[in-house]
Design a protein around this ligand. Sequence first.
Ligand code: NAP
Length: 259
Amino acid sequence: MTRIGFLGVGHLAQEIIDGLLRSGQPASELILSSRGYGPKLAARHGIDLATDNLQLVAAADIVLLATRPRDAVAAVAGLGWRSGQILISACAGVQLKELRAAAAPAEVVRIMPLTASSLGASPTTLYPDLPELRPLLGRLGSVIPLSHEAEFETATVSAAIYGWAQMLIGLGSDWSVAHGMQPDAARRLAAETFVAAGRMIAERPETGEALLQSLVTPGGITECGLKVLAAEGVEAGWNRACDAVLAKLTDGAPVDRGA
Ligand SMILES: NC(=O)c1ccc[n+]([C@@H]2O[C@H](COP(=O)([O-])OP(=O)(O)OC[C@H]3O[C@@H](n4cnc5c(N)ncnc54)[C@H](OP(=O)(O)O)[C@@H]3O)[C@@H](O)[C@H]2O)c1
């Protein structure tokens, strides 16, 4: 049995634990650190609770780290890591070299899951790619392996875009309610419109550009709104927001771009 430990059981870890259990992962294969939601989730699902992080690392083959980024390196240091263990960090902006130094000789990888892990719907980025982790991460949604750490950092901006997409859905829903739709119908329509748009780009072979062009009938409603958005500088604002997140993630530090 492969034992999975959770070091840092807060908001994200709770969603991941829900997703693993929902997918059929036995609770007996998990063990939780004793802070945050650890005691509550252990009691609710019958999961073992470690007395401390030393015991957690001693008991686990794979440890998922989900503390706040500023706590990550100190949280994994001095825990008696063994060769053959895997440390999976979900901590945004915390680089492999810092984690490897603190958790040697464990193997260290980074992932960036979304809270949709609880629904089995997280596109989860992974670097470096460890094929033996695919079945585990696949329980949370699709796995997107990346080829170097700088690419992983760029991809992590999508974790912020996930929140912005929810904001846009909220704007669409609120606007629809203000213009006469029932709240439940407006919320469902706004959310499922984003799901539909994403699925078309994810699942159809055409380029995103081609799919968009197929919607933009000259003189039609999509074109009408796109003209307003362009005049308002939405694309430039969007790109500036992505740039700001990437700068925050990397904090000016050089990132390994692979060989
Ligand atoms: N939230 C998301 O949607 C999301 C998505 C992708 C990635 N992430 C990443 O996931 C990480 C966690 O985010 P979050 O939103 O889940 O944060 P959070 O709710 O604040 O959870 C962090 C947890 O870590 C615990 N912790 C801190 N130091 C610890 C230690 N030494 N030993 C054991 N537990 C410790 C905290 O316990 P106390 O409460 O006792 O301090 C808290 O329960 C972040 O690094 C973030 O970048 C989050």
